[in-house]
Design a protein around this ligand. Sequence first.
Ligand SMILES: Cc1cc2nc3c(=O)[nH]c(=O)nc-3n(C[C@H](O)[C@H](O)[C@H](O)COP(=O)(O)O)c2cc1C
Length: 450
Amino acid sequence: MNQERRGEKMRLGGFFHPTGNHVAAWLHPGAQIDAGTNFRHYAAITQIAERGRFDLMFVADAVAVRDGKLNALKRWPQYMAYFDPLTLLPALAAVTSRIGLCATATTSYNEPYHIARKFASLDHISNGRAGWNVVTSSALNEAWNFGRARHFEHGERYDRAVEFVEVVKGLWDSWDDDAFVRDRSTSVYFDPAKLHALNHKGPHFSVQGPLNVARPPQGHPVLFQAGSSDIGREVAARFAEGVFTPQHTLAGAQEFYRDLKGRMARYGRPPDALKIMPGLNAIVGRTKKEAEETHRFLQSKIHPDVGLEVLSNQLGNFDLSEYDLDGPLPDIEESRWALASQSSTRNIIRWAKEEKLTIRQIYERFAGARGQRTLIGSAVDIADDMETWFRGYGVDGFLVHPPYLPGGLSDFVDLVIPELQNRGLFREEYEGETLRENMGLERPKSRYAS
Ligand SMILES: Cc1cc2nc3c(=O)[nH]c(=O)nc-3n(C[C@H](O)[C@H](O)[C@H](O)COP(=O)(O)O)c2cc1C
């Protein structure tokens, strides 16, 4: 095996879809059936991940229920009964001490001031463990909840996102780190020379500032990005410090890794300032056979209505119900899905064209893993593969998507983590107090620092 990267540790995050990553996770007897609105469940899984020394836990978000055919949706709980992440994460901060707490917040249907304030608050509440996954919404029905009849175009979404992030970072610098002197002897609470109004005026936002929260413990909460299209990569190169991405082959991951890290120089950033963490739908068993049984069970529970609905969503709501499930995917013109997630859709089209998968095979692969790469096996099998990808510079780490929760996560922590630790690939103890320190990311200086 390639011995590069000796001594370097991989980064690990846990992606917590409430009942688990598999689209039929909630049908597994080991899944917490009411997970989406069960705080004790989130507390338990976050503590399990912290026991496994994960860098971070991550919750995705949408500001709408899923849209589509109720006949399918009634069998698919995602986003139907779901906590607001920025209400959930501060509560999780109180029952954990080291793990990073990361959530999505959309730049399409929020104001930068709100987001700056909420993540700054989370960073204080958690003593420096906040992370923000910056997304641009792609579901049309999110637009309908915010006074818009149509969605922003793909490019416009990213434009808005870039300005949004600039404003948020500016607001986080509103106060110098030592602005609050709180001196009873002089009766001065803060030093006005260390307070800065942003006075931002741009195409999308006009924000005066300053923010009514002290500078976050991490300076800026850690910024994540999860779009992998050309423009998504460019945006990531500009500001992301962690990137979540669906990668299915080592060669593809290496290309993505080189390309994205290569783009960073344009923004004066060293490659190390960004950690690439592709998704890993890891199904682990005490033996490979046991893992395969778990996978087979979950796959057998994908109702065809759900499989088709997941695919159709991904393909710009193209209705597949009239097509033979065991036949080929019809040609779908790009203009249909250009508004949606481009990278995952391209993967689907590639599987149809190059691997000649049928509609059923595609939805089984895609829905079963929610677009991410699946690995099924014993701890040794899974660690071998992770090591190859890590040493081969395809990744800096992984975003682990447990197939069902909590069992799929505790199996990973109890079986795979010790295997990675024995190989020197993963930490035994947290290195630092903050998410930045643990991820090996620098604390950003304030833009006003001399
Ligand atoms: C691991 C991961 C998590 C994501 N989480 C969210 C999310 O919570 N909310 C959301 O609207 N989009 C989410 N996305 C979608 C991305 O932000 C992005 O819109 C999508 O990957 C399409 O980007 P692209 O067109 O640049 O490829 C996620 C994507 C990935 C890979």
